[in-house]
Design a protein around this ligand. Structure first.
Ligand code: UD1
Length: 375
């Protein structure tokens, strides 16, 4: 392969793609970066390009927000036109957002081989849009690059041929390891008046947790109790802010003085804040992985995780949102009774290189195409 098109759309995609892009460029492979525009606010998009040293996207589709159907459909329409103009050898998609599935579907139907970076993760809860996106993208892909052995087993159980599956490690961790020192040197905790190991970080954006005010209120009340014991920094996602704006819940949050609410943070400050935290509470997928590598205790405010390796080998505990369960788990950590974790196999900063190595070896006429040869 000499020409790779890489798709990004939403915040967690940028750090995963950065590693693949730099590995491809180091091998002299021509790359085209397509940004769907699923995330468009500066704090959810542009800041990551700046801090990760990424060039501006070659193509910006500018689709913006919308219902799942309208967002996915707009991405498909716009992406199809660009794909047929660029005609890359391989299309790489990352993660599990709507942009991932939309572009994988277009590429497959136009008979371009698809590489899925972060394949095989399953939480077995199909009420989550990401679970639908992951499962379908995997079944469309020719190359499935996995981060852990449980992902390989999930793909095998779904009948995906093993010769398409490659355990390569974690590209989000490649970027974390590359930028960890730069993040630390910014001393972000001090900027927010926090003492290293003397605060918690909270992130919340899953529809299950934030779209119903009652559920969101229960979580905020639990966090307010934790915040009476340790300050909590809460960079708020636009989706969560939109739900709360003008409600009694927003007033409740403002009244809890030990919850420090900020806008979404840039990558370096956020990693710096995770790195020095005593405790992290989150419903994000990527943060479960980052805290595992940083060795920081993480409580996942969901009923399940698609990343069991962070629980088995890492510092993550899936606690759900029952206030009593969350409080007991948080107090255990604050009492320094957190399980020591290790770093999962191959999360060593070289996943992007392994992916590019495998793709570079594939000759176009020998691609194991899923649905026939490329036109
Ligand atoms: C999306 C992904 C989720 C990922 C998350 C990271 C899907 C289905 N969801 O969720 O997997 O973990 O990104 O952030 O792909 N909005 C803005 N500015 C933006 C983008 C969105 O204000 O730049 C607001 C809009 O009101 C939008 C809402 O946030 O309706 C939700 O955005 P959307 O991209 O639909 O989903 P996320 O919740 O961000």
């Amino acid at each position: 392969m000499t020409q790779l098109l890489l798709v990004v759309g939403a915040r967690p995609n940028f750090m995963k793609a950065a590693s693949v892009l730099s590995a491809a460029r180091a091998r002299g492979i021509s790359t085209q970066l397509v940004h769907t525009g699923q995330h468009y606010d500066r704090e959810l998009s542009r800041v990551f390009f700046d801090e990760l040293g990424l060039d501006a996207p070659d193509v910006s589709l500018g689709v913006g927000s919308g219902s799942h159907a309208s967002q996915t459909a707009r991405i498909m329409l716009e992406f199809e036109r660009e794909l047929l103009r660029i005609r890359p050898e391989i299309v790489a998609v990352v993660g599990d957002v709507n942009s991932t599935l939309a572009c994988a579907l277009v590429a497959t139907k136009e008979r371009f081989p698809v590489a899925h970076v972060e394949a095989g993760l399953r939480c077995f809860d199909s009420s989550m849009p990401e679970e639908i996106n992951r499962r379908l993208t995997d079944h469309l892909s020719t190359y499935l690059f996995t981060t852990s052995r449980d992902a390989d087993a999930n793909l095998a159980a779904e009948g995906i041929p093993q010769d398409r599956v490659h355990l390569v490690g974690n590209t989000m961790i490649d970027t974390l390891l590359r930028f960890r020192d730069a993040a630390r040197s910014r001393r972000a905790p001090e900027t927010y008046g926090l003492t290293p190991r003397g605060y918690a970080v909270l992130t919340l954006h899953r529809p299950d947790n934030v779209d119903a005010l009652q559920q969101l209120g229960t979580i905020i009340d639990t966090v307010a109790t934790i915040a009476s014991e340790v300050p909590v920094l809460f960079p708020i996602h636009p989706r969560t802010l939109a739900q709360m704006r003008g409600t009694a819940l927003e007033a409740r949050l403002t009244r809890a003085p030990e919850i420090i609410v900020t806008e979404p943070l840039g990558y370096l400050d956020f990693i710096g804040l995770l790195d020095a935290a005593r405790l992290v509470l989150t419903d994000s997928g990527g943060i479960q992985e980052e805290t595992t590598v940083l060795g920081v205790p993480c409580l996942t405010l969901r009923e399940s995780t698609e990343r069991p390796v962070t629980v088995m080998s890492g510092t993550n505990t899936v606690v759900g949102t029952d206030p009593d369960v969350v409080l007991i788990a948080a107090r255990k950590i604050l009492a320094d009774d957190a399980p020591a974790g290790g770093v999962p196999e191959l999360w060593d900063g070289r996943a992007g290189e392994r992916i590019v190595e495998i793709l570079a070896r594939s000759a176009p006429d020998k691609l194991p195409l899923l649905l026939g040869g490329r036109r």
